[in-house]
Design a binder for this molecule. Structure first.
Ligand code: ATP
Length: 322
């Protein structure tokens, strides 16, 4: 449905998007994740033909967005980060205006506007001026214009930014509903948001692809990086020697210890290896009593920070490469 090949955007000497390639299948929801300035908006603006690319291709439903913009754009509905609304129009007037510019047939317009207002739940504000709507409702009207004409592909740039938690859940549910009939690409800098709605996550940083995988795989593979937190009574060197002699241990990280004569540390092991028993027996043999032992699960935010931090060292393509 969407094919992106070696997409590059340079602003002067600044490489905002650096050879990005990916495909999105029909009916999928692809989440684009990255910190501020990662290149999300720039990529979306190229996908929708809003700005040109320095290099590379974007093929939407078989049409190149740069060579056949009219054909390709027919398949796209776009909600930019700031929704393109006319504040002095009522919701209904605005949607009629959007239907006109998207060449929706006159005899189909009224029904389509009604159906979309019902789907997006904005019927109750249809006669109100857009400038008098709350932010959540403005965002909904932005979504309504994106799906006008029922394009195959819907591209949403940070669709929940600035909304309250209830509105965020409502917009997420809407996105899931939309994906039943459309292919959806959305961007966010919030990992939990992406994992809640997307089939595939692409993490980008400094314009480069860091990793792409399903949200489940991303979490599962990162569990290998989860550690075992320990507080042990004993001497730091002894504890280090004992723990580092356990075969499956890959990394030891010292933590601040709150009790005198104790050592706190997080111990990392190879993927999915349970080292709790080995740690217990080794420390008891060395007469170093364990005061605390618990698993530390990496939060989704930490996964994201870990991945985007690793990018400078280059070259992760799948979560399984971690
Ligand atoms: N018109 C422009 N001229 C020069 N540099 C630009 C322009 N637009 C974006 N950039 C730069 O390109 C990089 C990528 O910006 P972009 O807006 O795509 O990031 P983003 O991932 O969408 O970030 P955010 O989450 O903050 O919106 C940034 O370093 C930004 O400063």
């Amino acid at each position: 449905m969407i094919e992106v090949k070696d997409l590059v955007k340079k602003y002067g000497n600044h490489l905002a998007v650096d050879h990005l390639s990916f495909t999105v299948e029909k009916g999928q929801i692809l989440g684009f994740l990255g910190p501020n300035g990662a290149g999300k908006s720039t990529t979306m603006n190229m996908l929708t033909g809003y700005i040109s690319a320095t290099e590379g291709n974007v093929i939407i439903d078989g049409h190149d967005i740069f060579d056949e913009p009219e054909e390709a754009k027919k398949s796209i509905g776009y909600l930019p980060e700031i929704p393109p609304l006319y504040p002095d129009m009522t919701v209904r007037e605005y949607l009629k205006f959007v239907a006109d510019i998207k060449n929706v047939k006159k005899n189909e317009q009224e029904k389509m506007i009604e159906d979309i207002m019902k789907l997006i739940q904005i019927k109750d504000v249809s006669e109100r001026l857009i400038k008098h709507l709350s932010k959540g409702y403005k965002q909904r009207v932005g979504l309504a214009q994106a799906i006008m004409g029922y394009p195959e592909v819907i591209i949403l740039d940070e669709p929940t930014v600035g909304l309250d938690p209830k509105q965020i859940i409502e917009i997420r549910d809407l996105i899931k509903t939309l994906s039943k009939k459309h292919t959806v690409i959305l961007s966010s800098h919030i990992l939990s948001e992406i994992s809640a709605v997307c089939d595939i996550v692409m993490i980008i940083n400094k314009g480069k692809l860091v990793v792409t995988d399903t949200p489940e795989n991303l979490s599962n593979h990162m569990e290998g990086a989860n550690g075992l937190f320990l507080t042990v009574k004993g001497n730091k060197d002894t504890v280090y020697d004992v723990i580092s002699s356990i075969p499956k241990v890959t990394k030891i990280h010292y933590e601040d210890s709150e009790e005198a004569n104790t050592v706190s540390l997080t111990v990392y092991s190879k993927e999915h290896e349970d080292i709790r028993e080995a740690v217990f027996y080794a420390l008891s043999e060395a007469k170093c009593p364990i005061y605390d032992m618990h698993s530390t699960k990496m939060s989704l935010e930490n996964i994201f920070l870990e991945l985007t931090g690793k990018n400078d060292k280059g070259g992760l393509k799948n979560a399984s490469d971690l």
